[in-house]
Design a binder for this molecule. Structure first.
Ligand code: PMP
Ligand code: GLN
Length: 389
């Protein structure tokens, strides 16, 4: 008899992204499920990585990250948000934001500590919190406006609250938290003397008049907040897995205790190429924002013409649409399977991002960071399929 593996992780199924991507491949569907761009990011950043791979260095870089990348992350924090961090002690480079999240949970949570999580939540949050022994306390946000309800928020806090894990801009909702909402969060976090772990991987993908405000910039939050970024999103290179955590020296030192035993380092060629990328001028960041916004608008308008109503979306790669708006009466999961297998377009059911009881939704998440001709093809396929119904 083989002994059982870890109970917490074995209790989870395969992540919805993998499930839907496999189904999309099987049915030759356009994959608007898993979030990844279909055009690789800047040529010069990739050339820089290639050069680094050939010319080196290719041996272990320092545990905290290469000097070049830590300096570039420091400079980017100053330039975009006026945040001052020490490059040698306030920045930690990780193998993607996923590793950064795992490090933070391992480093900060003791068994029995309560962790406030906002639903719908990104797939790895709950497993990581539970594996670290944390007790999740959910605050539910609902489509289509994803408002943060002050009473729900307050009910999730107690004397045992250790930290809040905030995703802003938020996947899968596309929500960008307002200053008022962040102030409400900061007040309650300070009142409970808790930490904030802020997953800000979509920091540069924010639309219209919305602005990304890091929670770390609010009064009283600097010393208790860490901010996580990802080169995967900022440079449209999701397979690279280069992440960065910034925060107060004391907090980063604690998180580095986890990082040193999890991955220890990240490929130096990729780190230095990302450093080069982060130093790009404002035009690069503006182009990223404008191009993603135009994809959102193009896709949203196309879906609207078929009759789909969309939830608010002010940032990220994702647009959530109401399947009941075209009269579909099944579940969001059934809808996603149907359109993947029959219409040739894959999406992800939003209920997969809720962990608490009774969280069925009639929304599905589409990833719109694709070429316009691909989005057009997806719209046509959906239009044809639903016209025949
Ligand atoms: N957080 C969120 C909210 C994400 O959408 C993603 C997905 N890319 C990650 C973290 C993981 O980022 P990385 O690929 O850098 O590990
Ligand atoms: N972040 C991506 C998404 O939300 C998926 C990443 C993954 O597959 N782990 O779709």
């Amino acid at each position: 008899m083989v002994k059982q593996a870890n109970d917490v992780l074995s209790g989870f199924g395969t992540t919805i992204f993998e499930v839907m991507s496999k189904l999309a491949i099987k049915h030759k569907a356009i994959n608007l499920g898993q979030g990844f761009p279909d055009e690789d990011g800047p040529d010069d950043v990739r050339r820089m990585a290639a050069k680094g791979l050939i010319e080196g260095p290719n041996q272990y870089p320092p545990m905290m990250g290469t000097t070049e990348l830590r300096q570039a992350v420091t400079d980017a924090n100053k330039r975009f948000y006026g945040i001052a961090v020490e490059p040698s002690t306030g920045v930690l480079i990780t193998s993607g934001a996923t590793e950064a999240l795992a490090d933070c949970m391992m480093a900060l949570i003791n068994p029995g500590d309560e962790v406030v999580l906002l639903e719908p939540l990104y797939d790895c949050y709950l497993p990581l919190v539970l594996r670290a022994g944390g007790v999740p306390k959910f605050v539910r946000l609902d489509p289509p406006h994803w408002e943060l309800d002050p009473d729900r928020l307050r009910r999730a806090f107690s004397d045992k609250t250790k930290l809040v894990l905030l995703n802003n801009p938020m996947n899968p909702t596309g929500k960008v938290f307002s200053l008022e909402e962040l102030e409400m969060l900061a007040d309650i976090i300070i009142e409970h003397d808790a930490y904030a772990v802020c997953d800000e991987v979509y920091e540069h993908i924010v639309f219209g008049l919305s602005r990304h405000i890091p929670l770390a910039t609010l009064p009283g939050m600097g010393d208790r907040t860490v901010r996580i970024g990802s080169a995967g999103k900022t440079f449209s290179l999701t397979g690279w897995k280069v992440g960065y955590i910034t925060g107060a020296d004391e907090l980063i030192a604690k998180i580095a205790k986890a990082h040193q035993f999890v991955t220890f380092t990240t490929p130096p060629a990729l780190q230095n190429a990302v450093a080069f990328g982060l130093n790009k001028d404002d035009l690069f960041y503006e182009d990223l924002r404008i191009s993603m916004q135009s994809k959102r608008d193009f896709f949203k308008n196309g879906l609207r013409a078929i009759g789909f109503e969309a939830a608010d979306c002010d940032g990220t790669y994702f647009l959530n649409v109401d399947i009941s708006s075209i009269g579909f009466e099944g579940t969001d999961e059934e809808f996603c399977r149907l359109i993947t297998t029959e219409a040739g377009v894959a999406a992800v059911p939003v209920s997969a991002f809720y962990a608490s009881e009774g969280a069925k939704t009639n929304f599905v998440r589409f990833c719109f960071c694709k070429r316009e001709d691909v989005l057009q093809d997806a719209i046509h396929r959906l239009e044809k399929f639903f016209a025949a119904k």
